[in-house]
Write a protein that binds this ligand. Structure first.
Ligand code: RIB
Length: 366
């Protein structure tokens, strides 16, 4: 007999237990699902048949009857990215310690994928969802609002201005400002920004960049604002030629950094807002026969083990990735346990790890 939907292949089904017990399927379902009324005599027969056949309750079916699955859903941009892998580790360690399983889905910053992932998790009857969302504008959050109507939702890594939700992020704008201030303190004024909003129109203007940033990933916009804060504080004029815009790929970073290096008044430092930006920039330096930090200084976001063993060891911004995930899970589990969602933003501190990729700009001959 075909397995009931959702029953593992080879496992006895509710229908088979019902036949063995000599009761209707609905009676067996109520008994095994723990809901509705069943007479003691029939309950006894069903449980005996289930034990005889080795029936294992389908967790999804049980959650449908009890309304609780003891499972969290997590939606991130890319589980292969060390940043998100660290965040998910923090979520899983915390949820497991409180008796919850975790289902993780990747969306690759694609909003359609995020909508589909949200629906999958609701169908799986997770008890709550943590989302690092690619959504930004008011119109893009219908899927999150639909989820909020049914289960607790917590945002991690990215805030979404139009949603009044518990959110766990880091101090992106301050971290970016501190990094660029470090480059300015070393004597740099021509500092490339990698990478800016993906769709900023040409010619690039400060206003256009900020407008575009508000329509794209929250973290990118906050880091752009930190870069501009540091330039403004040092009275360094903003030069749109020093900002990479457009499609965000490592290859394009290499192209854009090569362009900035070929300017008559070339860049002498680079601030990268993501790991892919760091590798793309270093590739451009090598192609141009330039070295870091002798010819070009560099600071990037998202410290990692490889950044510390590079030559030179890179000065990077370290995000408390495990703590980000653990905090998001704690906030969500408290909401699931019945706590009224506080709907507040928790901002964790990042750390600038000073290593050896920052030095003063080369002499006037550069
Ligand atoms: O791709 C990972 C990066 O984007 C991290 O800096 C994280 O903050 C995310 O927003």
């Amino acid at each position: 007999m075909p397995a009931d939907r959702g029953q593992a292949a080879g496992q006895p089904t509710i229908s088979e237990v019902a036949a063995e017990a000599g009761v209707g399927r609905a009676t067996a379902a109520r008994t095994l699902g723990g809901y509705g009324y069943v007479s003691p005599e029939l309950r006894e027969r069903v449980l005996a048949a289930a034990e005889k056949l080795g029936y294992r309750a389908n967790a999804l079916a049980r959650s449908m009857s009890t309304g609780v699955s003891h499972t969290l859903g997590v939606i991130v941009a890319d589980i292969g990215n060390p940043f998100f892998a660290g965040v998910v580790r923090g979520i899983c360690d915390t949820s497991r310690a409180r008796g919850f399983d975790t289902i993780v889905l990747s969306t690759y910053e694609n909003l359609d994928e995020e909508v589909a992932a949200t629906n999958v998790l609701i169908d799986k009857r997770v008890d709550g969802v943590i989302i690092a969302s690619a959504a930004v504008g008011r119109r893009e959050v219908a899927h999150i609002r639909a989820a909020m109507d049914r289960i607790p939702v917590v945002l991690v890594d990215r805030a979404v201005a139009s949603l009044d939700l518990d959110t766990v992020v880091i101090d992106n704008r301050d971290a970016a400002r501190e990094a660029v201030e470090t480059l300015i303190a070393a004597g740099h004024r021509r500092i490339g920004f990698v990478w800016g909003p993906p769709a900023a129109q040409q010619p690039v203007t400060r206003r256009g960049l900020l407008a575009e940033a508000s329509r794209n990933l929250w973290t990118d916009g906050e880091r752009l604002r930190g870069y501009l804060d540091a330039l403004d504080d040092a009275r360094i004029p903003f030069d749109p030629e020093l900002v990479m815009v457009g499609r965000k790929t490592e290859e394009r970073v290499t192209e854009e950094v090569a362009r900035m290096l070929s300017l008559p008044d070339r860049i002498t430092a680079i601030f990268c807002t993501e790991t892919d930006g760091v590798t793309g920039a270093l590739r451009a330096l090598r192609t141009a026969g330039l070295s870091c930090p002798r010819d070009v200084a560099l600071i990037g976001f998202d410290d990692s083990a490889w950044a510390a063993v590079m030559e030179p060891p890179l000065t990077m911004i370290e995000q408390p990735v495990h703590r980000l995930g653990a905090k998001a899970a704690e906030v969500l589990l408290d909401a699931i346990a019945g706590g009224e969602p506080a709907r507040e933003t928790h901002t964790l501190r990042s750390r600038l790890i000073a290593r050896s990729s920052v030095a003063p700009p080369p002499g006037p001959h550069h």
